[in-house]
Design a protein around this ligand. Sequence first.
Ligand code: ZN
Length: 294
Amino acid sequence: MKKLAIKVDIDTLRGYREGVPQMLDLFKKHGIKASIFFSFGPDNSGKAIRRIFRKGFISKMMRTKAPSTYGIKTLMYGTLLPAPMIVPSAPDIFARASDEGHDCGVHAWDHVYVQDELPGITKDEFLSLFERSAEMFEKLSGSKPLSCAAPGWQISPVSLEVQEEAGLKYCSDTRGHSPFIPVFRGRTYSPVQIPTTLPTMDEIMGLPGIDDDSIGDVWLKGMDKEWNVLTVHAEMEGLSKISVFEKFILKAKENGALFHTLADYARDSAPKEENIRIGTMTGRAGTLALQEEK
Ligand SMILES: [Zn+2]
């Protein structure tokens, strides 16, 4: 029996408003509890265009058909159009995810800002961004957030310190193979890291031999760890790729997969200290946080 946790990242207003309700319907239909991480504040997706000079950005935009996946409007938020607020635009969607028993956590207050500017963000600023999300989380769900997932798998000593001081039970900021207690630049942090183990759709879709029909098999084959984690995006698997996502869920069930949340993993695993290093990954522009290979 293979364990699988579905981690949903919500990056944009459109993903939140249109993708999340469809995903919640899908999870209900298949009796799955997922771990869902929300971007609460402004949708500044248009500013991601600054990444255009980064190696790999354009090929990724082409491979993932970004304009049709994200919508033209989304690609202008924060530049030609003002940045709309995400969760406040429809707080009932967040409340529904929480009420339906999903493991909810914080992705970001401002996803694009944190993903692109994290190295320059001070502890005070990071704390105030986190607190804004945490306050909204608590107001809408009645409890404090116990987990977070870094935008674009970006970490800094500041982000890890704030997560520890906030008393989070676990964080999913890294890519790797199994739950671990993170050591970064010689310091240990208490929240357990539950890394994403599988490649995301936007990293591999369109590579040779990988299309809507075959991606589910690629993921199934990749579920060779004890604690498998797949990150999906409300913008993609919740919208234009929802049927591809459902096909994968059905296949995974046929193959005996048992669905868990990241909170279950944090509770059930026996993590040991391991290093985080900053490196690169196929299909992803720029660097990200990786669990050191054993
Ligand atoms: Zn994200």
